[in-house]
Design a protein around this ligand. Structure first.
Ligand SMILES: Cc1ncc(COP(=O)(O)O)c(C=O)c1O
Length: 501
């Protein structure tokens, strides 16, 4: 794989461009998950340049590179000022998952012996991951079946002296609704339990939506009882990936997130994050994005996002066979189907028309749906998006629901996946019509739940014969229990990252 002789930069960049031709486009608004586009190229350009400027600064040692301390103070300061507690202590991390990992670690170390994390079933799996890594236990509680907000009585039953942390989302990713932060934080405080608000997706959006006239309930550090909050700048902050801020109510709690070690004969280690050596590029990119947009820029993005979300939800409600789940309070819209309109087929049909809509599997009594993250760029194309959803829904109605081969979910659930090697697993999948892996080492992978083909820059008018059909894969996964879904997904990853046969 490694060439014997070095190659010129221009050739390498051309190769990257060629490889990226198989990716979903990161700009333009036709990919309604993963990417956040302001629709203002000059803002992203400023971030790229600042990212490159800071790229080789190592955040391992603040005494060696004071520039990154100055930048982190500014970025954390801006977030603290906006999220209800100017001057609150914080940490700049690589993303929502790392912020959550550190919030859970701080809570664990603050209440020795308490090992439980109580959260609504709609909370992000990063908490499950944190609990898994940190030797803690998750106690899931239900959400209201109509509003999809966390049930306060269920929290009342679950919080006790074994609880290290209560978690609420503002908003939750699956349906974009804000949990009753005030009630649950007060309840937690009354039991001596810390309370984390996962505002990873909403922390840098809800304040601007509120300024644009949306009825946003209190959710931040100004709410009594909230002891930490995570806010990802690489989502609605529109910064390049690798940027999140975790804020704490008290410096003592932040210290619980830190780690130091002098237990070796090398350089002393003191880390604010899970990573040790890490690039300051994301910090530079995040700072530049905040500065390039400023309050006015974010306010305008919030206004556009609010209008696009309202128009999208209203439009979807008029399409026969579709419904919006809950009342979206941020810019995340979940659209469920009906017996006549299968959302997985709809997603395939939209994909064939050049749009990526993210499928979400059913869970805890919440039906399968497609998820749309509305961003700054969406408003300009919201009518086109609605047209595509309507056309794709009509096509899905004509095609009928995805057919799961009879007995297949039961068969899969009965297989001991640990007893199969990756090659046998891939063969089994192929016999069910599902191709996994990258045959030539360069092509796109078929990720369950995520169709892999390139979204064309211009929408074809009819489904293309080359568009992969993911509806059956999604329908099979949907019919399986969560533990089996997880086992299959892990195996999928292993096959994907294996050398081509
Ligand atoms: C509510 C919420 N929390 C946490 C995360 C995890 O963030 P990341 O993917 O940056 O680790 C996400 C990601 O979408 C999210 O929506």
């Amino acid at each position: 794989m490694l060439p014997d002789h070095g190659r010129p930069a221009a050739e390498l960049l051309a190769e990257l461009t060629a490889l990226r031709a198989a990716d979903l486009p990161v700009r333009g608004g036709r990919v309604t998950a993963y990417v956040y586009d302001t629709g203002q190229p000059e803002v992203h350009e400023a971030a790229h340049r600042a990212y490159a400027e800071m790229l080789e600064v190592n955040m391992l040692d603040p005494t060696a590179f004071p520039s990154m301390v100055a930048l982190e103070r500014r970025v954390v300061g801006a977030v603290a000022e906006t999220l209800g507690r100017p001057g609150a202590p914080g940490i700049f991390t690589s993303g929502g998952t790392e912020s959550i990992m550190l919030a859970v670690k701080a809570a664990r170390d603050a209440r020795p012996g308490a090992t439980r994390v109580v959260l609504p079933v709609t909370a992000h799996p990063a908490f499950h991951k944190a609990a898994h890594y940190l030797g803690m236990e998750i106690v899931p509680v239900p959400v209201d079946p109509v509003s999809y907000r966390a049930s306060v009585p269920a929290f009342e039953d679950a919080l006790d002296e074994r609880t290290a942390l209560a978690v609420v989302s503002a908003p939750s990713y699956p349906q974009g609704v804000v949990d009753p932060v005030g009630e649950i934080a007060a309840l937690a405080a009354s039991r001596g339990v810390l309370c984390h608000v996962d505002a990873c997706v909403g922390g840098w959006l809800l304040p601007w939506l509120r300024e644009a006239g949306a009825a946003v309930p209190p959710f931040d550090l100004a709410v009594p009882g909230v002891t930490s909050i995570s806010c990802d700048l690489h989502k609605f902050g529109y910064a390049p990936k690798g940027a999140s801020v975790l804020l704490f109510r008290y410096a003592e709690l932040r210290r619980r997130a830190y780690f130091a070690s002098a237990a070796w004969p090398g350089y002393t280690i003191v880390n604010a994050t899970v990573q040790s050596s890490r690039s300051a590029g994301p910090l530079g990119g995040a700072w530049a994005t905040l500065e390039a947009l400023g309050r006015e820029g974010y306010r305008e993005l919030g206004r556009r996002t609010l209008e696009a979300t309202r128009r999208l939800a209203e439009g979807v409600r008029k399409i026969p066979g579709l419904r919006v789940l809950g009342e979206p309070e941020a810019a995340l819209v979940a659209i469920a189907g009906s017996p006549e309109v299968d959302v997985f087929v709809l997603a395939d049909e939209a994909r064939a028309r050049g749009w990526f809509l993210q499928p979400q599997l059913s869970y805890a009594g919440i039906p399968a749906n497609i998820h749309i993250t509305v961003t700054g760029v969406t408003l300009a194309g919201v009518d086109a998006m609605l047209d595509v959803i309507e056309e794709a829904a009509a096509a899905a109605r004509r095609r009928g629901p995805a057919k799961v081969p009879e007995g297949l979910p039961e068969l899969i659930a009965s297989i001991d996946l640990d007893a199969l090697d990756d090659a046998t697993f891939a063969e089994l999948a192929a016999s069910a019509g599902i191709t996994l892996g990258l045959p030539d080492g360069t092509g796109p992978a078929a990720q369950p739940g995520t169709p892999p083909e390139t979204a064309p820059s211009t929408a074809p008018s009819a489904p293309s014969s080359t568009t992969p059909e993911m509806a059956v894969v999604n329908a099979i996964l949907d019919a399986l229990p969560a533990a089996t879904r997880e086992a299959i997904l892990l195996r999928f990853l292993s096959v994907t990252y294996s050398p081509p046969a």
